[in-house]
Design a protein around this ligand. Structure first.
Ligand SMILES: NC(=O)c1ccc[n+]([C@@H]2O[C@H](COP(=O)([O-])OP(=O)(O)OC[C@H]3O[C@@H](n4cnc5c(N)ncnc54)[C@H](OP(=O)(O)O)[C@@H]3O)[C@@H](O)[C@H]2O)c1
Length: 242
């Protein structure tokens, strides 16, 4: 059996990945998020709010059950938030930095840590995919927390892959950029004020010109990627190159 633990499988890209995986009866999917919208005999939902670190810590054992029959175990850290769009030093509440980092960095790090620890002795194939962003590779005004959080996720992925290489575990770790995808996150971007994000008009045009990828198309590409990880040796990967 193949087990896929996907955060943020309730909407957008995460939901599309889960639905694509559930087409194969050898796959079991565990979805972790605040809400649920999936129902399938091979799907298990674990409610969790990543902005409540204490609750996450207390519920980790419910996410990572002892899957002794696993031939393949995959953790997909997909849940993510953009946070408030706006310039630092112009009315941004301080606690919003913590919120974005909790959801985008701290909880993914806790999940990777627990996944590697709990399944260390299982001899099956193990893969971690952290859904990152181009925004972690260059600055975008108005998105400081988001850009910094995705850069942190990229470096966590690279460091953990290096550690796994030193230990010779065979575990593969990726930070995957999905491209520009038609989800709630893009809606939130389009609604922002040009004074808070100078490039907002370009994002409105992406939608108006039909340039956004559908979550379904991107979910399919990510599942194809998961079936061919032997071809990908770099930690930083992009759906655009798949
Ligand atoms: N869409 C794009 O163009 C784009 C581009 C680059 C990177 N990405 C990345 O792709 C990933 C998925 O984004 P998306 O576009 O699919 O966004 P989305 O439609 O807004 O979905 C976000 C997912 O994250 C979950 N989530 C949000 N806050 C959470 C919390 N506090 N605790 C637990 N789960 C939480 C949501 O579930 P609940 O609401 O049920 O909790 C939801 O399933 C993110 O990491 C994002 O940064 C997206």
């Amino acid at each position: 059996m193949n087990y896929y633990i996907i955060t943020g499988a309730s909407k957008g890209i995460g939901k599309a990945i889960a639905e694509e995986l559930l087409k194969d009866e050898n796959n079991r999917v565990v979805g972790v998020s605040r809400t649920n919208s999936l129902k399938h005999p091979n799907y298990r939902y674990q409610p969790l709010d990543f902005s409540d670190i204490e609750a996450v810590e207390h519920n980790l054992q419910k996410v990572f059950l002892p899957y002794k029959d696993a031939e393949r175990l995959v953790l997909i850290n997909n849940a993510g938030v953009l946070g408030d769009i706006g310039y630092v030093g112009e009315g941004m509440p301080n606690e919003r930095f913590e919120f974005v980092f909790d959801v985008n960095v701290i909880v993914p790090a806790m999940l990777m840590n627990t996944f590697l620890e709990v399944y260390r002795t299982l001899p099956c194939e193990k893969v971690i995919v952290n859904v990152s962003s181009g925004a972690g590779k260059y600055p975008i005004d108005g998105w400081a927390s988001y850009c910094a959080s995705k850069a942190a996720l990229d470096m966590l992925s690279q460091t953990i892959q290096q550690e796994q290489n030193v230990r010779g575990t065979g575990v593969k770790v990726y930070a995957l950029s999905p491209g520009v995808v038609d989800t709630g996150m893009q809606e939130h971007i389009r609604e922002s004020d040009a004074d808070q994000f100078s490039n907002v008009q370009r994002f409105r045009e992406y939608k108006a010109n039909g340039e956004l990828a559908s979550p379904e198309a991107v979910g399919k590409k990510i599942v194809e990627f998961l079936h061919s990880t032997d071809k990908y040796n770099d930690v930083l990967v992009s759906v655009r190159d798949m």
